[in-house]
Design a protein around this ligand. Sequence first.
Ligand code: SF4
Ligand code: SF4
Length: 348
Amino acid sequence: MALKKKRLGKTGLYVTEVGFGGIPIQRISEEEAISVVKRCYELGINYYDTARGYTTSEERVGKALEDVRDNVYIATKSHAKTGKELRENLETSLKNLKTDYLDLYQLHNVGLETYKTLQAPGGALEELLKIKEEGIARHIGATSHSPTFLTNILNEGSPFETIMVGYNYIALEPSRELLPLCKKMDIGTVIMKPFGGGAFTNARTALKFVLANENADCTIPGMQSVTEVEENVAVCGEDLTLAKDELDSIEVDRVALGNEFCAACDYCQPCPAGIPISFVLRTEMSSLRRMGWTNNIVKQTRETAPKVDACLDCGACETRCPYQLPIRKLLPEKMDALLKRLEERSIP
Ligand code: SF4
Ligand code: SF4
């Protein structure tokens, strides 16, 4: 069965409704990573997202797709603030990806404050436009964890042809204003975090939920095994109507994760006290549910508890969290709950 393709806004690219999200292939061996990407290609996925900031991801995508480069769309991104840095990042990305052009080049994790720097003379935005003019990047976009910020820059007039934002059945905000606006303005929409960064009960239900939104052009779940690739592709051919048990499981997650949902983006880092914030906020509701008490989770829980006690209360993490989570309030609560579970060896 051929995967459904959607027009990615004014880029005019026809992308498969499920694309490849390149974060998790950093965590597995290179051989496994290449097999995962190649399986995506065999099953018809034509959109591959990676980033300069995802350590080995670009290089692995490059190795896997080298022979079929012109049959796929490759999107990468850069955190560079200045034009000089962006040009250097571009050169590294092209080398890693074994290509001389990008289908989409995006400014990575843009927010109100960073956008001012990016727009300044000599900033990365000016250079991004040059890179597009030179034809090295066929299209340009921006990624952000703030739907409000993206809505504002689109309304004010921006050069971006695509946006990337997190959207899922808990993070619903983009579906209210941003995604309909993109449709109206013919801006392509790339959806990250359809599984809430791994926190949800049922990945299949979560993917169906996002695919059912007609304003979502390309959804890019992170995939780290051939089985996950096959499961995600299988969802694409299904009736996207959610059955009662699926709606019930969404409700369970909404109640459990509520307004304290940590997307594991790690933008709150670095923490001067060395606290692995997303580990503390998420382990009970995601890793433990999926894997139980592995040796690694036990070890990390024990090592993290004294660090949480030593939190400096500086608030730096909260100013960086794109979801405005009350991290300083949540950390001791979540840590206590985790230690209690460790004592009982219980799983939610
Ligand atoms: S408030 Fe605590 S957790 Fe947040 S950055 Fe400061 S030391 Fe780290
Ligand atoms: S606390 Fe906020 S910034 Fe940190 S990982 Fe979670 S969602 Fe991201």
